[in-house]
Write a protein that binds this ligand. Structure first.
Ligand code: F6P
Length: 329
């Protein structure tokens, strides 16, 4: 079996998006293609994520395919979560698809599950890859930021602002459930930036008695409405809605924001972050890094070995957690 040398600049470099889509994936695809081409790689696009890698949905990245995509939400390359990729025979098939085209480098834009899958692929066939963190959950260890988070936060902000309009008009309590899987980042930042009265996230123990006492006091002093932001990972949304009715004697409603949080045109921040992550990913492959994940930490771009991502748990910003704590008690 032919082993690829990462330093051979004439090699093909394929870009794919994998796992849950997020805004920022399209600018990352476009910038990866353009920067890779400038660096002497021959860029390819893999459609449908890991499924497309197995099923040979791979095309050369023409300028046409990458134009007019930067401002679009989701991923024009489409995405998937493939169980087949766990089986060696399908990974072998995927490798043959790459080998036929002389593709010896991969950029995968996605989450830690996709990075682990590509790392297994690297262990099998020694095809180097660079990972660009992209998930609205912001839960990838080693990086402070994942593509799509800013756009998701702005989608949530817009919805919370609208809900506040009706909450104040009708003197109601609203529970707004946001995504994030097991991570409370979206809920925490949304609660702080929208001035919510309550925020429940998996990372902070909550105390409903204490929240109740605080809000009863505030009601006595004129509070007429309540906004609560709840991370889906707490599974507390319905309970909290009933509790607001029973304990605070308020008319309460639950809004589950759902997949609207994953869509929308990427914000300026996500476009610029995509650009910088893409450049870092191409540079990482160019310098011969076999399996690195791009990171943004304490204001600087860098990369960590895949083991850092697979072997540790994400850490939430301690200052933000401190600010959020009073909203859970
Ligand atoms: O990981 C991104 C995410 O949007 C989570 O926040 C959410 O829990 C999950 O994906 C939803 O998954 P699906 O799109 O499969 O319903």
């Amino acid at each position: 079996m032919k082993e690829f040398s990462p330093s051979d600049m004439s090699q093909g470099l394929a870009i794919m998006t994998s796992g849950g889509d997020s805004a920022g994936m399209n600018p990352a695809v476009k910038c990866s293609v353009e920067y890779a081409r400038k660096q002497g790689f021959k860029p390819f696009l893999i459609y449908d994520g890991l499924r497309g890698l197995i099923d040979d949905n791979i095309v050369e990245a023409s300028r046409e395919l990458c134009s007019g995509i930067l401002h679009r939400g989701g991923t024009v390359l489409r995405s998937s979560r493939s169980k087949r990729f766990f089986e060696y025979q399908y990974r072998q098939q995927a490798f043959e698809n790459l080998q036929r085209r002389g593709i010896g480098n991969l950029i995968v834009i996605g989450g830690d599950g996709s990075f682990s899958a590509l790392n297994q692929f690297y262990a099998d066939f020694k095809v180097p890859f660079a990972g660009i963190p992209a998930t609205i959950d912001n839960d990838i260890p080693g990086t402070d930021y994942c593509l799509g988070v800013d756009t998701a936060l702005n989608m949530i902000r817009q919805s919370v602002d609208s809900i506040r309009d009706t909450a104040t008009s009708f003197s109601r309590a609203f529970v707004i459930e946001v995504m994030g899987r097991h991570c409370g980042y979206l809920a925490m930042v949304s609660a702080l930036s929208s001035g919510a009265e309550i925020c429940l996230i998996p990372e902070i123990p909550y105390d409903l008695d204490s929240i109740g006492a605080r809000l009863i006091e505030e009601k006595k002093n004129g509070r007429s409405y309540v906004l609560a932001i709840v991370a889906e990972g707490t599974r507390m949304s319905e309970h909290l809605t009933r509790w607001l009715t029973d304990s605070l004697n308020m008319d309460a409603r639950l809004t589950v924001l759902g997949h609207v949080q994953r869509g929308g045109s990427p914000t300026v921040h996500d476009r610029i972050m995509a650009y910088k992550f893409a450049v870092a990913a191409v540079e990482s492959l160019k310098s011969g890094n076999p399996n690195a994940i791009m990171t943004f930490r304490d204001g600087s771009f860098g990369s960590v070995p895949i083991e850092t991502v697979t072997g540790s748990k994400y850490k939430m910003d301690a200052d933000l957690l401190k600010l959020c704590k009073p909203l859970a008690t």
